[in-house]
Design a protein around this ligand. Sequence first.
Ligand SMILES: [Fe+2]
Length: 277
Amino acid sequence: MGVSVQEYARECAAQGLRGDYSVCRADFTVEQKYDYSAAEQEVWRTLCDRQSKLTKRLAHKSYLDGMEALSLVDRIPDFHEVSDKLRKLSGWEIVAVPGLIPAQPFFDHLANRRFPVTNWLRTREELDYIVEPDMFHDFFGHVPVLSQPAFGDFMQMYGEKAGDLIEAGGGDMITRLYWYTAEYGLMQQAGQPKKAFGAGLMSSFTELQFAVESADAHHVGFDIETVMRTTYEIDKFQRAYFVLPSFDALRDAFQHSDLAGIVKRFKDAPPLDPAMI
Ligand SMILES: [Fe+2]
């Protein structure tokens, strides 16, 4: 039995998190009340305009295709409208949440092809940096690639398997896999230099450019076992970026690898330093 909504609401209030958890349903979702102010709409447009100039050049085609199909940038998205489009493309939908939610309900949503998106937006003073993930990170970062069925399959399977792997002692290892793909993943693109798709990059003005274009960025070919063993940075640029051949390769690696075996072999071993791989 996981943490209850009431307990979690108390913890979040004590930590000063911004979302209102008192109105959550049992699965931690809320209604997206579409009552955003003109100032919030303006912040959304500013963020999207600025970041779209970069994503045009640096984002993987699969991300840009998703962005175009969902037409996400001219105003704060209406989650029902977007879910209607997303369902047709990949069978995914998005649900509103007040912010971060506990691991188990998050995995349950993924396993059912539902992606939780924060229902509030950063302020104008936070255009460059925000501590908690907000709607811009969750939406602009994560949602476009959920329109891609193979990536959607990976995310669903991740939600299905994560709980058991954590139980087996693989919590850190499974988190690294999410981090180095869904958050900071790069991918090859036919005939062109590698491009980015991970949400942590897509929603960052500075790290997106660094990860794709800097000669100092350390690019490593994707290998699921190496990913699961490699530590990552939380509030600095990553010291390594894994480059996928394709979303199909990610889905197949996740589906067919003996993940429980990898956890068993390496859970007590010292992790790998990203600079050394
Ligand atoms: Fe994220």
